[in-house]
Design a protein. Structure first.
Length: 334
């Protein structure tokens, strides 16, 4: 399997990136580092392929010139470059996530417990009995998620899963409310991987996530929303499109540890307000959007989802221009 790893950074090489590069070296994986206007002019890590902003702007992909500068969504260029290089699996992470000792390349076929019976699921409850929840879970469903846990539909089985999320120890992906009220170093329990059935919603992020070709178009990170919502709202679109393939997202026990980059928590809180207010509504809009079944419909379904969300004011109309450039880039890269 040809593996590509995509990271965006505005820092010199971090210990986490160096640790990941050591893991990747014997695998022959392609480590793609996406820079930006702010940050280093070069990036000296053995095996890393660094794309400065200037190099990105010379890309054959028009999206590279249309994306905003100084924005996390420049990671989209990295995805396209990975696909163009022939990646059969894309692993995305951040520059503050170091692989744990158990980290190893995932396979498209995963051994899982099947969970969820429709509606919202706090998948963190599969890996901890403490009061913790993923960024993007509606706040008005938290108490219920703690009280009832996660319904398991059937025991371990093997499933095909083109999107798989690994959890993070140390500083897990939680919302600003959890950090402002409960923040502390946190480790999840080990446990069997979990598949959420179609019809069940749980946000997933871009910290330690595995993607295979059927889901490559769903990698798209939207630009015309807050920074703290781009990967979360992407995750809801991706889940909705997976349902038309008869598939769901798989969540794994921790595979990385995060030494979190410095954040202004009140700024995070303000950036998350659109999600606190509208995540449930966004999922309803997506669920009510008529999509087509089959792998050949993924790009068309992606367009339909964003058209519906633009119509309901979740994104500015300008998002559709970026999405069109992304879809063109996907076709060119394949």
């Amino acid at each position: 399997m040809s593996l590509a790893v995509v990271i965006t950074t505005i820092q010199s090489p971090t210990p986490a990136v160096r640790s990941l590069a050591e893991k990747l070296r014997p695998l022959g994986a392609n480590l793609i580092i996406i820079g930006d206007k702010k940050g280093p002019a070069s990036f000296h890590v053995p095996g890393a392929d660094f794309y400065s902003l200037a190099r990105q702007l010379e890309s054959p992909f028009e999206l590279a010139r249309k994306l905003p500068v100084g924005h996390y969504t420049r990671k989209n260029v990295g995805y396209l470059e990975a696909i163009r290089a022939g990646a059969e699996c894309i692993y995305e992470t951040d520059d503050d996530n170091a692989p744990l000792s158990n980290w190893s390349p995932r396979q498209l076929q995963a051994e899982v417990r099947v969970a969820g019976a429709g509606g919202w699921v706090n998948v963190y409850r599969c890996f901890s009995q403490e009061r913790i929840w993923p960024r993007g879970l509606p706040l008005d469903g938290l108490v219920d998620s703690f009280d009832r846990g996660v319904p398991i539909a059937r025991a371990v089985s093997s499933v095909r899963a083109p999107i798989q999320q690994g959890l993070a120890n140390g500083s897990p992906d939680v919302d600003a409310i959890w950090r402002l009220v409960l923040d502390r170093p946190f480790d999840f329990d080990d446990g069997p991987s979990v598949l959420l059935q179609p019809g069940s919603w749980c946000p997933f992020n871009s910290q330690s996530t595995w993607w295979w070709p059927d889901a490559f178009p769903l990698l798209y990170l939207p630009s015309h929303c807050s920074f703290r919502m781009t990967d979360i709202w992407r995750s809801f679109v991706a889940q909705r499109c997976l349902w038309e393939l008869g598939l769901g997202v798989v969540f794994h026990a921790p595979e990385v540890v995060q030494d979190r980059n410095l954040h202004d928590l009140m700024r995070d809180f303000n950036d998350e307000i659109p999600g606190y207010q509208r995540n449930r509504e966004l999922a309803t809009v997506l669920a009510d959007t008529s999509l087509d079944s089959g792998a050949d419909s993924v790009i068309g379904n992606l367009r339909k989802c964003y058209q519906a969300l633009v119509a309901q004011g979740f994104f500015q109309a300008a998002e559709l221009e970026l999405l069109a450039a992304w879809c063109e880039g996907i076709e060119e890269a394949r």
